[in-house]
Design a protein around this ligand. Structure first.
Ligand code: 8NA
Ligand code: MG
Ligand code: MG
Ligand code: MG
Length: 345
């Protein structure tokens, strides 16, 4: 019903914000056993009613996610040129958010070319190969929400929203996979257990179409996301909790291929208790677990958080924890605004 869906919109965008804000201080870290103890204490403190720590700042992940929400609420017909303008305007008014270097070059070119061809600057990057970073995937949750009822329209919109900065197939397909995962989470009942096997199988079936059939390939050999999802399934089945092994198999870096499947794994693994993570809250567990893998912690935690929030809704978010995130009130309002325009789609 509508009340649940509205709460899932908020949960998704707030989960994404929390993952970014709390993950950012650990970006690039290699997590040891000691690091995981520190992480547990960090979250316990932030959940305390009287803890007055400094506000955690969000990074590029949230800045760009907010641009996509704003582009949808201001121009619900989805105007990608407007979206590109919002990205560029946001970057130049607030550049110190940890953007990747390639993306900054794209913003400068877009501005210099007066947004004449919004896909050309990104196409030219890396000698024409395009970026395969996770910067497309990290911002697409609002499109999964907006197109929650229209799978094909979501795929097209996610692809175009990504191509403004990232044109490598792995960046685009990673963003598509992230949006599929969020959309599946919206359809889950928060009072029921997630069938993680079915969740992954659904993603495998969908990625097979995107990676193999849409490409006209007669082989699944060049289906890297499908392969990663099979790895996710195996790791979930084996109940393997060895961080080094998980990172070796799935990755935890700034490439979309080495972070989107990892975020999906974190969300699904967090449906059950995890050693050294003491909490009953599955949203916190998803985010804390993602950070505990190290590497691109803000982005992986943000993507996992958007899934957990889309599954559970905002009632499951610890309000003390949320208070420590920069801009949480605005993000909550933006979720409601997005929900309001979505009803008319
Ligand atoms: P991006 O498009 O600049 O890609 C990130 C980086 O990946 C690039 O700077 C390159 O080093 C590398 N890369 C991407 N495509 C190619 C290619 N075709 N050939 C060679 N190298 C390539 O940035 P983005 O928007 O994808 O952002 C990715 C991440 O950067 C996000 O997680 C974001 O938070 C940010 N970030 C990450 C770190 C970190 O150390 N993990 C630090 C600061 C910022
Ligand atoms: Mg970031
Ligand atoms: Mg298709
Ligand atoms: Mg990052």
């Amino acid at each position: 019903d509508n009340i649940l869906l509205k709460s899932k919109f908020r949960g998704c965008l707030l989960g994404s914000l929390i993952g970014d804000c709390f993950g950012a201080p650990f970006e690039g870290d290699v997590m040891t056993g000691g690091g995981k103890v520190i992480l547990q204490k960090y979250f316990d403190k932030l959940e305390g009613a009287n803890f007055k720590g400094p506000i955690k700042q969000y990074t590029d992940d949230t800045a760009m996610t907010k641009c996509i929400v704003k582009s949808l609420t201001d121009k619900p017909a989805v105007d990608f040129k407007f979206m590109a303008r919002l990205f560029v305007k946001e970057y130049f008014s607030d550049p110190r958010r940890g953007y990747g270097k390639n993306v900054v070059d794209v913003f400068s070119k877009l501005r210099a070319n007066k947004f004449e061809d919004i896909f050309k600057p990104a196409e030219e990057q890396f000698s024409g190969m395009g970026s395969f970073g996770n910067g497309g995937a990290m911002r697409v949750a609002p499109l999964a929400l907006y197109f929650h009822d229209n799978y094909q329209a979501m795929i097209r919109a996610v692809s175009d929203a990504t191509r403004i900065t990232h044109t490598h197939k792995n960046a685009i397909n990673g963003a598509i996979l992230q949006s599929m995962a969020v959309q599946q989470c919206l359809r889950l009942d928060p009072s029921e257990k997630v069938d993680t096997h079915k969740f992954v199988n659904n993603l495998i079936d969908k990625m097979r179409i995107i990676e193999v059939e849409d490409e006209g390939l007669d082989t699944e050999f060049l289906a890297p996301y499908k392969e990663k999802l099979v790895d996710v399934q195996k790791l979930l089945d084996s109940a393997n909790d060895d961080t080094d092994e998980i990172v070796r198999i799935l990755g935890n870096d700034i490439f979309a291929l080495h972070s989107v499947p990892t975020a999906i794994f974190c969300f699904l693994r967090a449906q059950l208790p995890i050693p050294r993570i003491t909490t009953d809250n599955k949203l916190r567990r998803s985010i804390q677990y993602a950070i505990s893998l190290g590497g691109d912690t803000d982005t992986i935690a943000s993507m996992a958080g958007s899934m957990a929030g889309a599954f559970l809704g905002d009632d499951y978010i610890n309000k003390h924890l949320l208070r420590h995130c920069e801009g949480h009130k605005e993000m909550s309002e933006m979720a409601d605004n997005l929900f309001a325009v979505t009803e008319d789609v």
